[in-house]
Design a protein around this ligand. Structure first.
Ligand code: GTP
Ligand code: MG
Length: 293
């Protein structure tokens, strides 16, 4: 009997959804950062075995949107629930079950939902019991405390998913890892580095587009992938921060991102980054579409 199904990973921003997806599929498909609202799209990560295929759907954190981009993100997360067989609802063990978490519980369709209490590393086990007790009031099939970061409890999550997964045919070829293309992942890897090294409004005001990506020869006649990407921000002042004194910050972004992209593509990369201002793009439906949202 072959089992196949879609499993959405849902929760507030920053609870560890993307980290968990990467652990489940054993590859880095989704970018991760300590800043909330990192994921902006539904991203599928595919895990195939002899007799199963699980399609995990990472989703943007559900929050009260402050602009059109936020609204689109929340809408995408909610829409993922329409087509799943099973959902993993994540909460953060540090904060327990918050008011916002309960709002998300109430959004969940009445089907198979598993509550995942994440980030239990470094937390006294005695603090987890009351969370589990409170969680019993809600209609979860399972309640599983884990640390996605330390891969603690994640095997049990996988075991439970397989138990609940329906019989079915695979959605994707068994060597496919994600529904997103290389261009998308490259854009995200660049955005991840900017999230890592910028603060306050800057990380949120960034969008990245890959304009060109093609195989070329370098001076020594070796094959390289030439990638030209635009980094959009909303204000001149933000552009200045991203470029840095004498181009220092942009150079750093380029260096660390290039290594990551080379790792991902398994090829040498030449990365050509350009910073541009796109005023108020997060509020402008036309701009959002232009930037791929
Ligand atoms: N200590 C600890 N940190 C974790 C764990 N899982 C994730 N994190 C950290 O939490 C932060 C957010 O992780 P993400 O995976 O980006 O969270 P997310 O839910 O996808 O966030 P959004 O995309 O913004 O909704 C990162 O700094 C992770 O390293 C965990 O089990 N323990
Ligand atoms: Mg995420």
């Amino acid at each position: 009997m072959f089992k196949a199904g879609k499993v959405a990973i849902i929760g507030r921003p920053n609870v560890g959804k993307s980290t968990l997806l990467n652990v489940m599929v054993k590859e880095k498909v989704c970018i991760v950062s300590e800043k909330p609202e990192t994921t902006r799209d539904n991203i599928q990560g595919i895990l195939s075995g002899e007799d199963f295929q699980v399609v995990f759907v990472d989703t943007p954190g559900i929050h009260r949107p402050k602009n059109l981009l936020g609204k689109l993100m929340v809408r995408k997360a909610q829409s993922s629930l329409m087509e799943t067989d099973l959902n993993l609802v994540l909460i953060d063990a540090h904060s327990g079950i918050t008011k916002e978490d309960i709002e998300i519980f109430n959004l969940m369709p009445v089907k198979l939902n598993i509550l995942i209490i994440n980030k239990i590393d470094g937390i006294d086990r005695r603090h987890i019991l009351p969370i589990i007790e409170k969680a019993h009031k809600f209609n979860f099939k399972e309640i599983i405390p884990i640390s996605a970061l330390k891969k603690d409890g994640t095997d049990l999550v996988f075991k439970k998913i397989l138990e609940y997964l329906p019989e079915g045919f695979p959605f994707f070829p068994d060597d496919q890892l994600t529904d997103k293309n290389e261009r998308f992942i490259v854009q995200e890897l660049i955005r991840e580095k900017i999230l890592e090294i910028t603060y306050q409004e800057v990380p949120h005001s960034i969008a990245v587009t890959v304009e060109e990506m093609e195989e070329r020869k370098d001076r020594e006649n070796n094959n390289i992938i030439y990638i030209k990407a635009n980094i959009y921000c909303e204000k001149e002042s933000q552009k200045g921060i991203i470029i840095g004194d004498g181009g220092k910050t942009l150079k750093k972004i380029g260096e660390i991102t290039r290594k990551d992209i080379e790792n991902f593509l398994q090829k040498k990369v030449f990365l050509d980054l350009w910073v541009k201002v796109y005023k108020n793009w997060r509020k402008d439906p036309f701009a959002l579409k232009n930037l791929g949202y």
